[in-house]
Design a protein around this ligand. Structure first.
Ligand code: DLL
Length: 448
């Protein structure tokens, strides 16, 4: 096979781990079908809930003859993993198991996922392909500031970085003062953390008088685990001079490294030789054609620990039809700017936090720190957005602050069509995060 003669910006040739990225589409579809059939048979034999659901639908593994036959299969959801806690959807024996990961969710029982050694290898491969795509190689020093532990962020990027031959600095989240010191002293060139934690690191650097361009070697940010807008990306890049890459993943499917963006930023390439994507209408559950926005559904076609079949992620996106100029054949999805369960209904209007973020970040004098607060009286929803003003713009001149407040209001209103109460607050006053940030405080739900 002849691969396109692409090279990274550092001049190195395509890393061998990326070769699959360019698999001709026909071969890719054949491989997917082969793996899908094997996975369905495996899950049918090993996961009683899956078999029961197939039987209810009258589907057997032999009915899967083409990729589009996937739509004959039952969906799975997070609630299944909760109901079957801890290991009901697990296909592997303890002897075959290498590692567990769990995710807490907001209430009640966590979900547990089992990984065999092969599952870990597939996941590591996904993370490595993302890093290779970002132009990261053995000459890089990678600081992993995602949490290590049951969360997949830390270990996922750690294995990815080691696989690429990087020098890995496993700081995990927290102790931000030390993070900045080590970044500088060890010549860190790439950092992996949530975008909101990077904002916290930027604050700390400012406090220590550290200028990213002047005092550090940082060139790459590997950001994911939470929705973040293009406006946030631009803000980070403008302030620090790094390239802010997007990495996507979820515990149920693998961890970070299910998808990532290339230098053309057409969206995120999905490593669909392992993670087969579909987009469905979340109401009718009917598959939608490429190009239409709906709920992202994944089938793990190589996983053996906890095979997930037609898993409803709740993430909203679309699969793009255009070929990406980078030459990769793996389909691209739009950045995940929202989860269906993040949607707020305010005064009868559907609002996503990302829309508010996009509006706020168009106003130069406000910092990328904000909080959406919803409360209610007997008759009315109260909708407030607290926004930090940048150090440079913050003043006790009431007129100037009122002007800024109006600008922010207009920017948000032009996007969501509602008139929230805008409260400007001083620099450094809103909560910061060490992992995934909570931007919405919805007091309306209390007691319901
Ligand atoms: O957040 C895995 C991960 C770790 C991804 C580090 C990227 C980097 P979970 O805790 O199971 O796993 O949460 C998965 O986070 O369904 C999305 O809603 C959201 N998410 C993950 N990556 C992105 C991203 C990890 N790049 C859930 N953009 C997913 C937007 C993301 N949302």
């Amino acid at each position: 096979m002849v691969y396109p003669s692409l090279s990274f910006d550092n001049g190195s040739p395509i890393h061998p781990v990326s070769a699959m990225d360019y698999l001709p589409v026909e071969s890719l579809r054949a491989l997917q079908l082969h793996r899908l059939k094997a996975t369905v048979l495996y899950a049918y034999e090993r996961v009683p809930l899956f078999r029961r659901r197939c039987e209810e639908l009258g589907v057997e593994p032999r009915h899967i003859k083409t990729l589009s036959d996937i739509r004959l299969l039952p969906f799975s959801k997070k609630i299944d993993l909760r109901d079957e806690y801890p290991l009901g959807l697990n296909g592997a024996s303890m002897l075959e198991t290498a590692r567990f990961h769990c995710s807490s969710g907001t209430t009640g029982k966590p979900i547990c996922i089992t990984n065999t050694p092969d599952d870990i290898a597939v996941w590591q491969n996904g993370a490595m392909r993302c890093l290779a795509m970002y132009g990261i190689n053995a000459s890089d020093v990678l600081q992993v500031s995602y949490g290590y532990g049951l969360f997949t962020g830390g270990l996922g990027l750690h294995y990815g970085g080691e696989g690429m031959g990087c020098a890995v600095l496993p700081t995990s989240g927290g102790n931000t003062e030390r993070q900045v010191m080590l970044m500088r002293d060890l010549g860190v060139t790439a950092i992996a953390c949530t975008p909101s934690y990077f904002l916290r690191i930027m604050d700390e650097a400012r406090k220590q008088g550290v200028d990213f361009r002047r005092d550090t070697k940082l060139r790459h940010g590997i950001f994911g685990a939470e929705p973040w807008t293009v406006e946030m990306r631009d803000n980070i890049e403008r302030e620090t001079g790094i390239v802010a890459h997007d990495i996507y993943g979820l515990t149920e499917i693998a961890g970070p490294g299910v998808a990532g963006d290339c230098e053309f930023r057409t969206g995120l390439h999905i490593w669909e030789d392992h993670f087969y994507p579909e987009i469905i209408d979340p109401e009718t559950l009917e598959p939608l054609p490429d190009g239409e926005v709906g709920e992202l559904v994944f089938t793990t076609i190589s996983r053996r620990g906890t095979p997930m079949i037609r898993y409803r992620t709740r993430d909203l996106t679309r699969l793009r039809t255009e070929k990406c100029p980078c030459g990769r054949t793996m389909r691209v999805m739009d950045r995940i700017s929202a989860r269906s369960d993040d949607m707020l209904i305010i005064h009868g209007v559907n609002v996503f936090p990302g829309q508010i973020e996009a509006g706020l970040l168009r106003v130069p004098s406000v910092a990328p720190h904000y909080q959406i607060v919803l409360s209610s009286t007997d008759t009315l929803d109260l909708f407030e957005i607290k926004v930090e003003v940048t150090q440079e713009a913050f003043t006790d001149n009431v007129g100037a602050m009122e002007n800024l407040r109006r600008k922010v209001l207009e920017a948000v209103k032009s996007i969501i069509g509602l008139t929230p109460r805008i409260t400007l607050v001083g620099p450094g006053t809103l909560p910061r995060s060490e992992g995934k940030i909570k931007r919405v405080i919805d007091n309306r739900r209390k007691g319901q």
